[in-house]
Design a protein around this ligand. Structure first.
Ligand code: MLT
Length: 229
C-alpha cells in the first residue's frame, strides 16, 4: 500500500482510497454527527445549495459556517459539540473548506472516507482493510496548509504503515514534532482557528468513536456521507 498526502485539495495526491481531513472542524463535526445518530450528512459547497436542498427535503437540519462564524438562518453552526444529540435524520452541512474537500475527493477517488482525530484508528483500520493505495486529502484553510490537518494526516500515515510518498513523510514528521494532538491543534496558524475555544480540546480527542463516515454518492452537486453497515 502506498500512502500519499495532499496538504490542500488543490495539491495532487493519488490513490483509489481518499481520506478527507478537516480536523478544525468539518470532518470532526461529520464524525460527531454520525456517531450521535444522524443517518446521513449532505455536504454542500455553497450556502445557497444547502438552503435549496433543505427546502427540497423539508425534514433536515441545516448547519455550517463561513469564516468560522454561524450562517444567518441556519439551525446550527459547525461546532461538533452542537451535534451530540440528533435533531433529525439528515444533516445538511456547508463549511468554508471541509465540505468542499469532500466533494473534491469524491471527484477523484473511488472510495472516500472521512477522518478526524475522533475516529483516527477506525479510519486507519478501514483503509488498511481496503488494501489499496491511499490519498489523504487535507482541507487546509482557504488554499493554505493547516497544521491540524497535516498533524492528523501524519498520524494516519503512521498507522497505515505503507510505502510513504515524500508528502506523507513530511506529514509524519510534522505530527512527530508535537507532543500531543492538542498541542498541534493549538499551534494551528489560522487566526480564526485560535478562537474556537473548547472545540480545540474536543477535536483533539483521539479514537473516541468507531464510525467511519463514507461517501455514498453525489446528489446533484452534493456529496452524501453515511456510515456503511
Ligand atoms: C471549514 O470547513 O473551513 C472548517 O471546518 C472551518 C470551521 O469549522 O470553522
Amino acid at each position: 500500500m502506498r500512502v500519499d498526502v495532499a496538504f490542500t485539495p488543490e495539491e495532487s495526491a493519488n490513490g483509489p482510497v481518499g481520506i478527507v481531513v478537516d480536523v478544525l472542524r468539518a470532518t470532526s463535526t461529520i464524525v460527531q454527527a454520525l456517531a450521535s445518530g444522524y443517518r446521513r450528512v449532505l455536504c454542500c459547497a455553497e450556502v445557497d445549495e444547502a438552503i435549496a436542498l433543505r427546502d427540497e427535503i423539508g425534514d433536515a437540519v441545516l448547519a455550517g459556517e463561513r469564516l468560522a462564524a454561524s450562517i444567518p438562518g441556519f439551525d446550527l453552526g459547525n461546532s461538533p459539540r452542537d451535534f451530540l444529540e440528533p435533531l433529525g435524520e439528515t444533516l445538511i452541512l456547508t463549511t468554508t473548506n471541509g465540505t468542499r474537500a469532500v466533494i473534491a475527493a469524491a471527484a477523484r477517488c473511488d472510495v472516500v472516507l472521512i477522518a478526524s482525530l475522533l475516529n483516527l484508528e477506525a479510519v486507519a483500520a478501514a483503509a488498511r482493510a481496503r488494501g489499496k493505495d491511499v490519498a489523504v486529502v487535507c482541507a487546509g484553510v482557504e488554499g493554505e496548509r493547516a497544521i491540524d490537518d497535516a498533524y492528523c494526516a501524519g498520524r494516519i500515515a503512521e498507522l497505515l504503515d505503507g510505502e510513504r510518498t515524500g508528502a506523507a513523510e513530511e506529514a509524519l514528521s510534522i505530527s512527530r514534532s508535537f507532543s500531543s494532538a492538542k498541542e498541534a491543534l493549538e499551534a494551528s496558524g489560522n487566526p480564526r482557528q485560535r478562537d474556537l475555544g473548547e472545540d480545540i480540546a474536543w477535536c483533539a480527542r483521539e479514537s473516541v468513536y468507531a464510525v467511519v463516515p463514507t461517501f455514498a454518492g453525489m446528489r446533484g452537486a452534493t456529496a452524501e456521507v453515511v456510515v456503511l453497515t
